[in-house]
Design a protein around this ligand. Sequence first.
Ligand code: NCN
Ligand code: DMD
Length: 364
Amino acid sequence: MRLVEVKPVDRNILQQARKKMDNKTKPLGSLGMLEEIACRVAAIQKTLTPFVREVVVVVFAGDHGIVEEGVSLYPQEVTGQMVANFLRGGAAVNVFAREVGAKLLVADMGVKGELPSHPALINCKVRSGSRNFLREQALTREEVETAVRKGIEIASEYGKDADVLIAGEMGIGNTSSATLLLSGVCGIPVKVLVGRGTGLDDTMLRHKAKVLSQSFHRRRFDRHDPFSLLEAFGGLEIAGMVGFYLGAAALGKVFVVDGFIATAAYAIAKEIEPLVKEYAFLAHLSAEQGHRRVVEKLGLFPILQLGMRLGEGTGAVLTVPLLRAAVRALSEMASFDDAAVSRAKKNIKIFQKTLDFFGKYAII
Ligand SMILES: O=C(O)c1ccc[n+]([C@@H]2O[C@H](COP(=O)([O-])O)[C@@H](O)[C@H]2O)c1
Ligand SMILES: Cc1cc2nc[nH]c2cc1C
């Protein structure tokens, strides 16, 4: 089943952008990863004067049946309560979105109970939360496909005029789903990836690890079929984000992946369509225990490392000023010729350590 068509980003513009960046009035490579970010945005946007003006954030929300097993510190009703908070503008992601001038929407993919209608609420409820995956498959194939398709539609409808698309998430229990999805996709043992989520103590963490290891062995899935992983472990907001990333890449838009749960959605989207990676940036290294291993395995470069573990898209929104600064450097800085600044005395390709460090993160 081909859900979307994603094209590779423009290699020609990428090479020209790198050349343009090398001619800016700075020692070669001295803006570090910002240079690679700017050049890749240029290649995505097919222009040597890239820009980041409109930013759209969609917070995907859903509940998780596994919460019955005592794997989160917070009660399930917090998911719906936080959705109400997003709609009133009172959550961290609202504050950060206002700071960078981003538009924020919330997508109800599967929150338990009714939510009042609101202009910023997109109603895509597939069912009232996923099933408890310790006991049964979290979702049916049909529910997974519906949620992924809705995510694609959300990207096309609300992201078509944006320069950067961000998916946030809200779902009590979703670090449990994300841990098992990532363990399945990346082939990293559950016990290495399981973490404290919203803040479990040691006893609760041991219990969560036991529940997740048992679930991983009990459920049916084929690790090479990403849809089967979503059927086994959910959740609906994660499936929606998978679609959103696929849709963003199909639109030819830059998208920024937030934290641990968002990385699980990204990993699934990349399994479905490997070219999505050319459009993706990773916002930050989450404090959630397993994130570092996953990020290394997926070859992603976290732009920030702030010890955050909130989700909602908060880390991704915080990268917007850096993305804007990076593309402005490529678009607006003077070249050596423009500014009559002398070039290096010797044509050294690039400082070797910088190359070793950043080279492995050059996606293309
Ligand atoms: O984004 C992250 O890296 C992250 C790490 C830990 C927790 N969270 C958030 O916390 C909730 C899930 O935590 P838990 O303990 O209920 O599985 C969910 O609403 C996420 O948005 C988010
Ligand atoms: C209060 C609260 C806010 C959140 N935002 C994202 N995940 C969250 C989890 C909790 C518990």
